[in-house]
Design a protein around this ligand. Structure first.
Ligand code: 5RP
Length: 236
């Protein structure tokens, strides 16, 4: 592992710990997906184990989140059993200065949007490489699509000026299949001038389940940074 990779891991770990430390006993917690949130889930489990935190329940946003929660001893619940989510912790692939996000690098953005949007407080955990001036400049926009509608949705996205690519599996031949049994298009739009409009336009295409633009959903962005080998977390 290179020194650079160590720094990114350290940033993710510290920001995950910072978010987990904000959860209070008795809370219903939305558990996001991805490598940064995985640290938050681990630290929540540590706090439960030490007795510092009591009586929390997690609402997982993916199969990964539910596996990790079980591994770290966090009891789970579902949206059928609760009325509200107190706090959600989730990662992001890009964050703009207005706290709008691109999510879906782990193909979990559909369930993530349901859970994160329901939370009274949504904390986003990122390392500093995720901060951008304009969404779409470093990461293509993920769009979850019904398998039978992939071809027409690709054509509709091309008409909007996007370049869609079907996301392919790693160590599995063929496309990535989401936790809901759908497929994902990664769309290069370049810089997205109006994320509010783009989120609505994409979700209006028949066959699109959800896109990775999270507009006006995030409350707090915690950013992990490493300078001169020292890690720190700042609120953005
Ligand atoms: C999954 C997501 C993740 O939160 C996002 O991809 C960030 O992941 P990581 O913390 O591993 O960089 O949206 O769908």
């Amino acid at each position: 592992m290179t020194a650079g990779m160590d720094a990114v891991k350290l940033m993710k770990q510290e920001v995950g710990r910072a978010a987990a430390s904000r959860v209070q006993s008795g809370s219903i917690v939305g558990l996001g997906t991805g490598s940064t949130t995985a640290f938050a889930i681990q630290f929540l489990g540590d706090r439960l184990k030490s007795g510092e935190l009591k009586d929390i329940k997690g609402v997982p946003t993916s199969f990964q989140a539910s596996v990790l929660a079980k591994q770290y001893g966090i009891p789970l619940t579902t949206l059928d059993e609760i009325e509200k989510i107190d706090i959600a912790i989730d990662g992001a692939d890009e964050v703009d200065p207005q706290k709008n996000l691109i999510k879906g690098g782990g193909a979990a953005h559909t369930r993530e949007k349901v859970v994160d949007a329901l939370a009274d407080l949504f904390i986003v955990v990122v390392d500093s490489s995720k901060l951008v001036d304009k969404l779409g400049t470093t990461f293509p926009l993920p769009v979850e699509v019904l398998p039978m509608a992939v071809a027409p949705v690709m054509r509709a996205i091309e008409k909007l000026g996007g370049k869609p690519e079907l996301r392919m599996g790693v160590k599995k031949d063929g496309p990535v299949i989401t936790d809901q049994g759908n497929m994902v298009l990664d769309v290069d739009f370049g810089a997205i001038a109006n994320p509010v409009e783009m989120e609505k336009i994409l979700n209006n295409i028949p066959g699109v389940l959800e896109n990775g633009l999270f507009v006006g959903v995030a409350d707090i962005i915690l950013v992990g940074e490493v300078k001169d080998g020292q890690s720190s977390v700042r609120e953005f």
